[in-house]
Design a binder for this molecule. Sequence first.
Ligand code: C2E
Ligand code: MG
Ligand code: MG
Ligand code: MG
Length: 287
Amino acid sequence: SAKKLGRNCYQFFEQSMNEEAQERLRIESALRNALVRQEFVLHYQPQLDLATGAIVGVEALLRWQHPELGMVSPQRFIGLAEETGLIVPIGAWVMRTAAAQAKAWHDAGLPPLRMAVNLSARQFAQPDLVQSIAAVLAETGLPAACLELELTESLFVDDVAKAVALLHELKGLGVALSIDDFGTGYSSLSYLRTFPIDVLKIDRTFVGQIAGDSDQAAIVVSIIALAHNLQLKVIAEGVETADQVAFLRRHDCDQVQGYYFSRPVPAQEFAALVQENASAATSATVL
Ligand code: C2E
Ligand code: MG
Ligand code: MG
Ligand code: MG
């Protein structure tokens, strides 16, 4: 009967809720131990200048190598880390590790690159955020101009005035600021004028469609124009094909990042990539 069916559905729903809750608990308790057990690692993805083909930047992306769960994607644990507040110590580890890596690459003679680090809402709300970043720069010796903080539009919705003040403080350190996943958030274009940011990163959902979908292509072209009118640099994320590269170059996009050039890779592999790129760039065969 319909009643019985409804009951079965409910039980099924309840059971899958339980499984989901259990999975969450399992990941949460594992997450609590992950820092101590040194299960986190950073992978690095290059950002290329479209005009020269040179690698000019790099984004640090967090990976979790759990002994049983295997490689856990940030999509599966960043949200939970955010809810539990664990993102604060994890994010501090990311910042320190990425800055130390960038400094080590500079010292090893690699061409100067800007290291981009993702910042979560919870980190953004920490009262000692500015001091903690200043401390990382002092400890590692990385020049502030070589660090870029990636922020999302969601960080600005609560208290715009407070966010603007904080961004100015961060800028005061000398670091660069970018807006990640631009175009997907609850964006108000008016903030772009007042915020001391340097870079817009066009979200990959737009970039992925530019070849086939004329609306998405129009959005990408508009974001590039908007960025340039505001004297900002613009990076396209999620670039996967030669057609996308050609389109972005035709429309004067400054930088590109995506699987077409490289997936995020471990530090050693990244250093080799940069060396290869530096010798190829002189013969202009990169792109
Ligand atoms: P995001 O900051 O927008 O990073 C870009 C994501 O797109 C990365 O996913 C990257 O691997 C992926 N990607 C790059 N190129 C391509 C491409 O050509 N095609 C496709 N399909 N994907 C591409 P990932 O590493 O899984 O990270 C997902 C998200 O997790 C990040 O998005 C960021 O929001 C968050 N995240 C990663 N690391 C950290 C971190 O250290 N701290 C914080 N707070 N969040 C992080
Ligand atoms: Mg990012
Ligand atoms: Mg992004
Ligand atoms: Mg994202």
